[in-house]
Design a protein around this ligand. Structure first.
Ligand SMILES: [Zn+2]
Length: 433
């Protein structure tokens, strides 16, 4: 279940594209990109794309497009966008965000800079507790407006599909309110939103020292209520030291399975957890993966579970260590990149910035970073049948960048070079001429 808006717009023709990154595989092989295929961007030079009713209908060179008999006859009915030698790629699929919160965590930021640890930050009134208080007190309308603003910003940076998690309410009422805010915001946005229930983000303060009781509440009350109201596609668990154990994650996964919800997890951010018992539930994605047992990589590579890296969190927490992307890629694991947009550890909504960090700190090539931010993000959300590449039949989700070479996208870091996004066939504005 996703929220997406079908657009009954005029036919749309993008032409004079210097490089069109189709991400279409030449071999026609299916499944998430692994190993060498991660670098295959399916580039067409001097390209054009024709979209109709929110879908891509044809992809080729500008020359061939202009010779097309249908287009010759119908040109007046078509909205044309002259891309003027820019780069066009599939809109980014940001497969990991936490957009439902009320305020930035500036105490955490300042305290961490001065060397405070997690406990000292919490004592100073920061930490996840302050986000929980904010969400519990906020009205659904106020949360909706926050999410609406985030979605607009994401689109401004080239993102057209977003996974949005709850997880700062941590009570039945506040989690429902958060997921309803996601649904209400998604209805106001032309892009596509995939909602995720993250009740198991942290043990809320009133359940301190009673985490099993809280897990039972997540499994026996929250998941059934959310499934019944169709408020989430995925159930997520923060499985790590100081959060939820692998056994608790398995209990939550099995409750999700019983209620027809797919699963994903935050994994290996702080410490290593063996993956075997959780891979049994076929998680769509395991995210962070800073710590992993090398013996788990072959099983991960054989599965369609994507390992999603979120280097914005490593950057913002001031870590010198990043996930070992090369090892995952060389083992044949499907990898994706996401922002992990959240107020505590990654207040970043730019996928190009995530890609830049992946290139400079994780030694992913610019081509690998692009595939990880588009088609493999779509696999991580199980929407690859519609998203993540520019091919006839897929949704018309495109990003136009102020660049003539795709490598400029992660190269010009700290500056937004996204000139235009098209979401389900709807352009977000006009290109500067
Ligand atoms: Zn996260």
């Amino acid at each position: 279940m996703q929220y997406g808006n079908c657009v009954k717009s005029k036919p749309l023709l993008l032409l004079n594209i210097a490089q069109l990154l189709t991400l279409a595989l030449r071999s026609g092989a299916d499944g998430p990109r692994r190993g060498a295929s991660l670098s295959d961007l399916g580039i067409i030079q001097h390209a054009a794309v024709l979209c109709l009713a929110g879908k891509i209908v044809s992809v080729g060179t500008t020359k061939d497009a202009l010779r097309d008999p249908w287009l010759k006859k119908n040109r007046k009915k078509v909205t044309e966008i002259d891309c003027g030698g820019r780069v066009v790629l599939p809109g980014f699929v940001d497969s990991h965000t936490h957009p439902v919160f009320t305020h930035p965590r500036l105490v955490d930021f300042e305290k961490r800079i001065s060397g405070a640890n997690y406990e000292e930050i919490a004592e100073a009134g920061g930490g996840i507790r302050s986000s929980i208080d904010g969400v519990r007190k906020a009205s659904k309308a106020a949360l909706t407006q926050k999410v609406v603003a985030v979605l607009a910003d994401l689109a401004g940076h080239g993102t057209t599909t977003v996974e949005a998690k709850s997880g700062y309410g941590l009570s039945l009422e506040s989690e429902l309110k958060s997921l309803e805010a996601i649904r209400a915001a998604a209805r106001e946005w032309p892009g596509t939103v995939v909602p995720t229930f993250l009740g198991a983000h942290a043990v809320p303060p009133e359940y301190r020292e009673r985490s099993q009781e809280y897990v039972d509440l997540v499994c026996n009350e929250m998941i059934p209520a959310i499934a019944k109201r169709k408020l989430a596609q995925f159930v997520d668990v923060f499985c790590d030291r100081g959060a939820f154990s692998a056994a608790e994650a398995a209990q939550i996964f099995s409750a999700a399975e019983r209620h027809g919800l797919a699963v994903r997890a935050h994994m290996g951010q702080l410490s290593e957890t063996r993956l075997g018992p959780l891979l049994r539930y076929q998680p769509a994605s395991l995210d962070h993966m800073d710590h992993v047992n090398a013996a788990d990589l072959p099983a991960l590579a054989r599965s369609d579970t994507v390992a999603t890296f979120v280097p914005g969190a490593n950057y913002f927490l001031g870590l010198s260590k990043y996930p070992d992307a090369r090892r995952f890629i060389e083992s044949g694991v499907a990898v994706a990149l996401a922002t992990d947009y959240n107020p505590g550890s990654s207040p970043m909504l730019s996928m190009p910035m995530a890609m830049s960090l992946a290139c400079t700190h994780m030694k992913m090539s610019p081509a690998e970073a692009i595939a990880a931010a588009t088609i493999n993000g779509a696999w991580a959300l199980r929407v690859a049948d519609r998203k993540g590449s520019i091919e006839p039949g897929k949704d018309a989700d495109l990003a136009v960048f102020e660049a003539s070479d795709y490598r400029e996208i992660p190269y010009w870091f700290g500056e937004n070079r996204c000139a235009l996004t098209i979401m389900n066939g709807a352009p977000s504005g006009h290109l500067p001429s």
